[in-house]
Design a protein. Structure first.
Length: 57
């Protein structure tokens, strides 16, 4: 955990707090941890979202 926290740019304590049951980790914390673990995060829009929104789906 110490190495992940260091690579993510946060303290070990902050890392534990960020991923506790009732927390809401900030975007930079999530992205920093993902980078430290060697994974990528991809945001993909819902297909046909605009059409569904117009139809009230």
């Amino acid at each position: 955990m110490r190495a992940v926290a260091k690579h993510a740019g946060v303290t070990r304590e902050a890392l534990y707090k960020s991923f506790s049951e009732h927390s809401d980790p900030e975007r930079f914390t999530l992205l920093g941890v993902a980078k430290a673990l060697g994974i990528t995060v991809e945001v993909v829009g819902k297909r046909n979202y605009c059409a569904e929104a117009r139809l009230g789906a």
